[in-house]
Design a protein around this ligand. Structure first.
Ligand code: MRU
Length: 348
């Protein structure tokens, strides 16, 4: 599945499969402006760290086009464009791929100070297409690196959606599963439903089912029982940001799954591209955790499920300490503890 993020030359727009409505409706969300891109990121039309990065790369190009269209004659376009890039970079705080993609585009701009705005736009669109294509190749490499960790007959638990929909295609956590299946192994998946946005129930189940990989959805609170009954052989999750010491931020609930995996002696892996590792963040306590709108918890669809006036928590991510992680599966191989050294070597 790669068609969920598309640049349309006819519309000169980024066209996104709207993940809010899956699996029941396939609707498309068209982004022509920075405000469209930021809305798509904030309300989670598109989500998942690498997919956010790809969207942001196209967003920088669209920012340039918007400035071209609206700039007063003779005005300096550079500060206006720089402000728009910062707007994109700050749409969501936890997934480092968002900032990574914007910084990449800024670095290209800095390397070509001679470019006119039109030239920069042409250059950025080409660069965004490269980021897009490379993300798929990166995910496939993650799959190759991680497939040998899975044995024929394994059931793998995953939390949230770190699949094709969360990337440009193929996925991160789902990549070793896909690669193992391509090797002929029989693998089954347990998708934790992932309250409140239900990425597991709606999205992981949708894409695996579509691709013929056996998947069952479990309520988040069934995790301990399923592990206790021996129904889970491995856990693989994605990440939104991995700190320099290997602590990994991922969807809320991941930390609990990791603690349970330790209790039951089940290997717990994180699969992520190197762009998700943030060597500037020393440890997990420094990773900003997104606090989202209460409405996602107080309502299911349009139905209110909590009493009026009762507060809720809606932290979107938690941080799994490195000591609970058996390996970090990247496109450059599987990192193992001690992670501080492994990550430092990677960035040398
Ligand atoms: O809030 P979301 O849906 O963007 O959160 C996504 C996750 O937590 C994913 O596991 C993570 O971004 C990795 S996606 C390959």
């Amino acid at each position: 599945m790669t068609e969920h993020i598309q640049y349309s030359p006819e519309k000169d727009a980024l066209v996104l499969l709207d993940q809010r409505y899956l699996p029941t409706r396939e609707e498309w969300f068209v982004c022509k402006t920075v405000s469209d891109i930021c809305e798509a990121l904030v309300v989670m039309v598109v989500r998942g760290a690498p997919a956010i990065g790809v969207t942001a790369a196209y967003g920088c190009y669209l920012a340039g086009r918007e400035v071209v269209a609206n700039l007063a004659p003779g005005a300096d376009w550079k500060p206006v464009l720089a402000a728009k890039l910062e707007e994109i970079a700050s749409a969501r705080p936890t997934a480092v791929n968002l900032r990574w993609a914007v910084r990449l585009m800024q670095a290209e701009w800095a390397r070509h100070p001679e470019f006119s705005l039109d030239e920069l736009c042409v250059f950025w669109l080409a660069k965004a297409k490269v980021v897009h294509a490379e993300d798929i190749a990166t995910c496939e490499a993650i799959g190759k690196a991680g497939a040998d960790l899975l044995a024929d007959g394994d059931t793998v638990m995953t939390h949230c959606n770190a699949g094709a929909l969360a990337t440009a295609g193929y996925g991160t956590a789902l990549a070793p599963i896909r690669a193992a299946v391509e090797q002929g192994k029989k693998i089954q998946v347990i998708a934790n439903e992932t309250r409140p946005f239900l990425q597991g129930a709606r999205l992981t189940a949708y894409e695996l089912h579509k691709d013929g990989i056996p998947v069952k959805v479990a309520c988040d609170n069934a995790c301990a029982l399923l592990m206790q009954r021996g129904l889970v052989q491995k856990v693989i999750v994605g990440a939104d940001r991995i700190a320099a010491n290997g602590d990994a931020a991922n969807k809320i609930g991941t930390f609990g799954v990791a603690l349970l995996a330790k209790e039951f002696g089940i290997p717990f892996y994180v699969a992520a591209p190197v762009s998700t590792i943030d060597p500037e963040t020393a440890d997990g306590s420094l990773i900003p955790i997104e606090d989202r709108t209460p409405r996602e918890v107080t309502h299911v669809g349009t139905t209110q499920i909590t009493p009026d006036g009762v507060g809720v928590f809606n932290f979107a991510f938690d941080v799994t300490p490195a000591k609970l992680i058996h390996g970090i599966i990247t496109e450059r191989g599987v990192l193992t503890a001690p992670y501080t050294e492994a990550i430092a070597t990677l960035f040398k």
